[in-house]
Design a protein around this ligand. Structure first.
Ligand code: NAP
Length: 510
């Protein structure tokens, strides 16, 4: 396996289909997409495997795996039948055979077939992980594979340490969505390869990423020992667009970086930040539910973070983490870049605008504070009166009752509520009759981009500004802090719009 490793980590495409025809088709497709290693999950096949058919036109090395249910597989025959199939696979032209540690001693090495000695724990991270690994290293392996279930974020570090320190090439990973980061970071730790599911619809293990994700979002094969790591922390984090956006943007400008999703449960941020210094992770985007905790834990805070008590960015330095909030500045950038000119042609000026902010949550606060510094006339309205009044007092502006919002006239409306966000696509926080031609309507929601509010505003000839613009700009400010390079904003917008489009092909570059 050392030959593969010397070329950088490899993405193994696991193919798990019930029909031979689909298996051979996916082998061909995986090869076309650049797979250099394929795992065939023989336990998924509905019929007795026809090895000759499966291995004809073999485009790259192939691993034979017959996984039992206890290890996360689908094998439904007896153990004797499984052992017979494993022995047949060994003599049939596979390049690797996967042998679980409890059966490995019963199967002798044969010819050039390499041995992957594997251990799966679908329940937990075993206390004696290192002992298990040491035993496996004595079972004549070419590669040791350890897949355990992460119970806390730090379990990923234990696996990564094991990969790094092992003399035998070790593929280590944590299953579950707490462990997704280990599937990417394993490349940095020296894992010879990582497993991915080839088919997005047919995921074979909890938390597993797809072949396309690893290849075209994380650029796994290009990970180098000096690749700088960044990430996004939140819970949930699975649907975050930030890994796609930051990884593609870093790639676009030629920055050697890797941006990883970290699921961190509420209340665990301090321990997480401390533990992951070991990697180290150089900067984080921070999302729900950690924005307040990030602000509290930081050693240095920007003025915005001091005022708002919430941060969406953490930057690591020898003195500890510095906290920033890029939402407010992004919204102001978006507004300035999209302000309509006055009827006489003079460029738009925020100081001359009368703005109504709908909402008083985190985004409303960030925008209200940033907007207050521009001299704009602000009015806040919010469903929950106390919350709205409190924000209005903070930024010293007017508050109008939610029920009275339609009688307040303004030339700029900013929606900072969740009304209209997926899946409530037919809701709008303001009645369409309020929308007069030429006012500016800014909806901070970006899922979807064309909310009901935006659609109605366009129909009534308002100027419109969508949440995608702000989302890209807040990421752009983070990108600059992370990399020291100018963010490719237009490219980033195209990436986000493509990912959000109904025929979402998340894994392809725009
Ligand atoms: P938040 O802190 O939970 O605040 C939610 C706000 O929405 C509150 O003002 C809440 O009013 C109001 N709201 C929720 N449901 C409502 C309803 N049915 N009727 C009236 N008001 C309602 O959330 P946040 O973090 O500020 O996020 C708010 C929005 O900003 C989200 O929809 C998100 O899409 C968008 N966002 C955009 C970006 C970007 O970069 N473009 C970034 C982050 C978030 P109460 O106080 O009465 O509960």
């Amino acid at each position: 396996m050392s030959t593969e490793n010397s070329q950088g980590p490899i993405i193994c495409a696991a193919i798990a289909r019930t029909r031979h025809r689909m298996v051979t088709m996916e082998i061909g497709e995986a090869a076309r997409q650049g797979a250099k290693l394929i795992e065939l999950r023989l336990d998924y096949l509905a019929k007795q495997p026809d090895f000759k058919r499966l291995l004809q036109n073999k485009p790259c090395p192939i691993i034979a795996t017959v996984r039992r249910p206890v290890d996360g597989g689908r094998w439904s025959g007896t153990e004797d039948e499984r052992m017979i199939l494993i022995r047949q696979a060994i003599v049939s032209g596979f390049d690797y055979i996967d042998l679980e540690t409890d059966i490995a001693d019963k199967v002798r090495r044969f010819g050039n077939v390499k041995r992957i000695i594997s251990y799966h724990n679908m329940r937990e991270m075993p206390a004696n992980l290192e002992e298990i690994h040491a035993t496996m290293c004595k079972q004549d392996p070419d590669v040791v594979k350890i897949a355990v279930t992460a119970q806390e974020p730090a379990d990923n570090l234990r696996i990564l340490r094991l990969i790094r320190s092992s003399r035998v090439p070790t593929v280590g990973l944590c299953m579950g969505d707490l462990g997704t980061c280990s599937r990417v970071l394993s490349g940095l730790a020296g894992s010879p390869f990582t497993y991915t599911s080839f088919n997005r619809e047919r995921s074979i293990a909890p938390g597993i990423l797809t072949f396309a994700d690893l290849k075209k979002i994380y650029f796994y094969e290009q990970i180098q020992p000096d690749t700088k790591v960044f990430g996004v922390i939140g819970d949930p984090i699975g649907h975050s667009l930030s890994p796609l956006l930051h990884n593609l943007a870093m790639r676009k400008v030629g920055f050697n970086g890797l941006y990883v999703p970290f699921r961190v449960p509420r209340g665990e941020l301090a321990d997480f930040l401390d533990a992951f210094q070991e990697i180290p992770v150089n900067g984080y985007s921070v999302t729900i539910p950690h924005k307040e905790a990030a602000a509290r834990l930081a050693m240095q805070k920007s003025t915005d973070v001091e005022i708002m008590g919430a941060a969406n960015t953490l930057l690591r330095s020898p003195q500890g983490f510095s906290a920033f909030n890029t939402d407010g500045m992004a919204a102001i950038d978006s507004l300035k870049a999209n302000l309509p000119a006055a009827p006489d042609g003079t460029p738009g000026n925020l100081a001359n605008r009368t703005v109504m902010i709908l909402g008083a949550g985190g985004v409303a606060r960030a925008i209200a504070h940033a907007l207050a510094r521009t001299g704009a006339g602000i009015t806040i309205t919010n469903r929950t009166e106390d919350r709205g009044k409190k924000l209005a007092e903070e930024v010293r502006c007017k508050f109008v009752d939610w029920a009275a919002r339609h009688s307040f006239l303004c030339d700029t409306v900013i929606n900072c509520t969740a009304v209209g966000m997926h899946p409530n696509l037919d809701e709008s926080p303001i009645h369409h009759s309020y929308l007069r031609p030429n006012i500016l309507v800014f909806d901070t929601i970006y899922t979807p981009e064309n909310t009901m509010l935006i659609r109605e505003a366009k129909a009534r000839e308002c100027h419109v500004l969508t949440g995608v613009d702000m989302f890209v700009r807040q990421a752009g400010h983070q990108f600059k802090m992370f990399t020291g390079m100018e963010p490719p904003l237009e490219y980033m917008s195209a990436v986000v719009r493509k990912a959000l489009s109904p025929v979402n092909v998340k894994d392809e570059e725009p």
